[in-house]
Design a protein around this ligand. Sequence first.
Ligand SMILES: [Zn+2]
Length: 455
Amino acid sequence: MDWYPVLAKRVLYPCFDRLRGRNLSRRIAELDEQQWWSAEQIASYQLDRLQALLQHAAATVPYYTTTLQQSGLNPKALTSLKDLQQLPILTKARINENFDRMISTAFPIEQLVAGRTGGSTGVPTRFFHNTAALDYIRAAVIRNSAWAGLHIGEKYIKVSGSHFDYFLMQRLVSRITSRLLRFRWVSAYQLSPETLKNFLHELHTFKPVALCGYASAISQFAHLMKDNNISANVNTIMTSSDTLFPQQRAIIEEVFSCKVFDAYGSREMSIAAECEVHRGMHINADCVYIEILDDQGRPCPPGVTGRIVVTDLHNYAFPFIRYEIGDIGTFADEGTSCPCGRHLPRIASLEGRVDDCIRTPEGMIVTAPAFTIVFSDRPTVKEYQIVQHDWKHLTVNIVKCPKYSSDDEDYLRDCIVRMIGSDIQIAFEYVEGIDRGESGKRRTVISRLPREAVV
Ligand SMILES: [Zn+2]
C-alpha cells in the first residue's frame, strides 16, 4: 500500500498552500467537482467569470480600457458568451506592441509571476500571471493527470524538451520540490546515447507510475529504445506541449505497453486533455473559454477546422481575452456526448505545432521546443524560423524588431551552438516575414534532411 498519495493530498499540499499563501488545494477540489457539471452549469459559470474578468480588465488594464470603449461592449451587461465576439482578437504581435498596457494596475508588479513563450508560431511573447491564476492552471493539470490515471503523490518522470526547464531543474528549490512531490526530471533537449542511458536508469531505479512531457521527446526515446530492443513498463503516459502524431502515439504505446493521454496546454494556460475514452480532448472550460474561428473571424461549427482563440477566465494580472494562441483545431460535435459522463466540451482534433527536429552529425536530436525559450529571451526578435538544409548547414531566419542588434545575433548563435555543436554552419538571414507554407501554419523548425533521418 502506497500511503504517500494520501499524505500528499491531505497534508503536503495544504501545508504548501499555507506556507506560500496559496489556494491550490481548494482549486483542486473545485475543479474535481466541476468536471461533472451539466453543459448549462458550465456555460452559466463561464458567463459569470467572463463578466467579472471584463469588468476588471476595463477598470485596471489600460489596453482593455481602450479596447472595450472602442468596441462599445458594456462589460456589466453581458447577455451571452457570444457578446465577446465584439472584441478584437488578441494576437501575439498585438501583445508585444502593447506589452506595458496589458498589465493590470490592480497588483504590485512584484506579486506577479513572469512567464514567456518562444511560441509554437515563432513569435516570442512575454506575459504575467497572478498567483490565483497559477493555482487554477496547476489544478487543471492535476485534474487532467487524474484522467490519465496519475494522481497526486504518485511517482512520475517529467521528460523535458526545453533548455529552460533543464536550468530550472538545477535549482535547489526545484530539486527539493521534486523530491516532495515525487517527480524526477529527465532532460531530452539533446537526445544522445548518454541521455537515453540516464533515462533508463531513472526508469529502473525510481519506478515511476507515469511519464509526462513533450510528445516529440518521449517519442524520440521510444524510437531509440526500439532500435536497441529495449522496452519498459509504466502505467500511463501524458504528452503535451507539441503535436502528438498518430505514429508517435503508436510507437510510445508499443515500447512502454500503456496508453498515451494527450493534453493541450502552453506556458500561458492549460487548455484541454484526453479522458479515458480518448475521443478528442475535454476543454478545461471552467478555466478557459475557447472559440474556433474561420479566416473571416466567424465561429466555426463543430467539425470545421479553424484558428483557436482562448480566453483565460482566471488570469487577472495580464488578461488573455480572445487570445490567438497559434494553433488550429476543430470542435467535436456535442450531439454525441462523451461516454465518460463529463460535459466539458471537446476539441476533436488539434493541428498546428507541426515541427521537425534538428539532427547533428554526432547523432544528437534537438526538438523544436528547445529553441522556443532561447528565442523568448530576445524580445527584439519578432519572428523566427530555423531551417536545416543538410548535415552541415542551418539557416536562422529572423524578422527583427527595431532594437535588434549584433549582440542579439551573438547571443542566439552561442545558444544554438551549445545545443547543436559547432559542426553545423549557422547562417543568420534577416527577412521581412516568415513563409507560412501550404498548411498555413508557421513552423519554427524545418528539416530538409531525408525524412527517415528525422522520424
Ligand atoms: Zn470524456
